[in-house]
Design a protein around this ligand. Structure first.
Ligand SMILES: *[C@@H]1O[C@H](CO)[C@@H](O)[C@H](O)[C@H]1NC(C)=O
Ligand SMILES: *[C@@H]1O[C@H](CO)[C@@H](O)[C@H](O)[C@H]1NC(C)=O
Ligand SMILES: *[C@@H]1O[C@H](CO)[C@@H](O)[C@H](O)[C@H]1NC(C)=O
Ligand SMILES: *[C@@H]1O[C@H](CO)[C@@H](O)[C@H](O)[C@H]1NC(C)=O
Length: 402
């Protein structure tokens, strides 16, 4: 009985060993066949080692400092430039001669490294569907840069930006940059550093309004986007500024500020029709900005010679500012550009009584309500309603009636 048990146990053990051995052999066989197939595959495909890169299948989160591509026109983002050079949000006066009461200096250093660049995804790339990059620029410089020991001494009044949220909510996915003294200086050196005259004019500009004027032309010329004064209110999404049928044709959007129409002039305004420069939209690299920078340099030379003092010591009248860096100079330069596109244009008066946007070359000119609604002249809508054509409301230093 005991032996039988023992025998049965041994034979079961033997069967088990036999079974295990056979399975192991089978496993060896399978592995062997697999190795042969692998060798064949390697021979045919030239080897796993070189042919297949598994790393490409691993999704990587966008690195915050990865070089950003600007979507709208495929340029390498130059906002990166201003970000990287430490553009900070610095408060102050925008157009000194038009906003003389701004007292609200300050500074909130909010360098936007990183996340803004990550908004440059392919879907956001097309949101503006024309060549104008999805960027909004405002400028807030200390009213008297020499008085503040450094940009950090400059304390902003939040009211200076009370209208800025309208731009943000109206234009989701646009980047927004508030250019302050440090960022403005860095931007000019970075993008125009090889042009000593521009750098010098920017640094020695006799007042903050003129400095802000020049800076907007330099920014739009180099990087593009929408520049708008801090006392403007966005009324329509920037994506809707250009009529649908013209979107691939427009590189610059300019609005009327003033139209004399029936002859009632304004003492300070030189032209029959004047373009505003409190808001301008542009694709980067448009020649009108290069010409405007050249005009500014020419005017500064003329004024310096006329008054017999160096640039930094000039004390200019409002009319001189308007005609050197401001809207009168801008009107001269833009109009000359329009004449290049359409030689039948003789004088700015040709644009009087405009009721619809007009395209000259790739510059879209908006009628008065586009950027200039709410003014008591020029047939601007000024009855408290917001007309369909109105894109921007300029509050003229926050003194908006009502
Ligand atoms: C971007 O716009 C172009 C032409 O305007 C179009 O062909 C392309 O499909 C658009 N891309 C996206 C991601 O919407
Ligand atoms: C405006 O500036 C230009 C360029 O400096 C100059 O030629 C012109 O005479 C000025 N116009 C007035 C009215 O001062
Ligand atoms: C511009 O106005 C002049 C007259 O001042 C006129 O001869 C010319 O035809 C006008 N051009 C256009 C494009 O309206
Ligand atoms: C004045 O502007 C309104 C639109 O706001 C327009 O309908 C009207 O035709 C304009 N008047 C003239 C004489 O251009």
């Amino acid at each position: 009985m005991t032996h039988q048990h023992k025998d049965a146990g041994l034979s079961r053990l033997a069967r088990l060993l036999h079974h295990v051995t056979r399975r192991r052999n089978r496993a060896y066989g399978v592995i062997g066949v697999a190795l042969v197939l692998l060798a064949i595959a390697t021979w045919i495909y030239g080897g796993f080692a070189t042919g297949i890169d598994f790393t490409t299948a691993v999704p990587r989160p966008p690195g915050p400092f990865a070089p950003a591509k600007d979507g709208a026109n495929g340029e390498t983002s130059s906002t990166g430039a201003i970000d990287a050079t430490g553009a900070t949000s610095t408060g102050g006066a925008a157009r000194g001669y038009q906003t003389p009461t701004q007292t609200a200096p300050s500074r909130q250093a909010t360098s936007d490294h990183g996340w803004r660049h990550s908004t440059h995804n392919p879907a956001a790339a097309n949101i503006s569907s024309h060549g104008i990059p999805s960027k909004i620029w405002q400028i807030l410089l200390p009213k008297n840069p020499s008085a503040s020991a450094s940009a950090s001494a400059f304390v902003p009044n939040p009211h200076a930006l009370q209208d800025t949220p309208s731009w943000l909510v109206m234009n989701p996915d646009y980047t927004y940059t508030l250019v302050g003294q440090t960022g403005g200086d860095a931007f000019v050196r970075r993008h125009y550093g090889s042009n000593r005259r521009i750098v010098e004019a920017y640094e020695k500009m006799p007042n903050v309004g003129m400095k802000s004027d020049l800076l907007r032309y330099l920014i739009l010329g180099a990087v593009g986007g929408v520049y708008t004064d801090t006392d403007t209110v966005a009324l329509r999404a920037i994506d809707r500024w250009v009529p649908a049928g013209l979107r691939d044709k427009v590189a610059v959007v300019v609005g009327l500020e003033f139209d004399r129409r029936d002859g009632n002039g304004w003492a300070d305004i030189l032209h029959w029709v004047q373009f505003c420069q409190w808001t301008i939209a542009a694709a980067p690299g448009h020649p009108v900005f290069q010409k405007m920078a050249a005009r500014v340099l020419q005017s500064l030379d003329d004024l310096s010679a006329h008054h017999g003092v160096p640039l930094a010591e000039l004390r200019l009248t409002s009319a001189e500012v308007m005609n050197s860096t401001g809207p009168a100079a801008w009107t001269d330069v833009v109009f000359r550009q329009l004449q290049e596109y359409d030689p039948s244009l003789v004088e700015p008066k040709n644009l009087s009584y405009m009721t619809e946007p007009r395209l000259y070359g790739n510059i879209l000119i908006l009628p008065i309500d586009g950027f200039g609604m709410g003014q008591p002249h020029s047939n601007s809508t000024d009855d408290g309603t917001i007309p369909e054509a109105a894109l921007v409301r300029h509050r003229f230093s926050g003194g908006w009636r009502d």
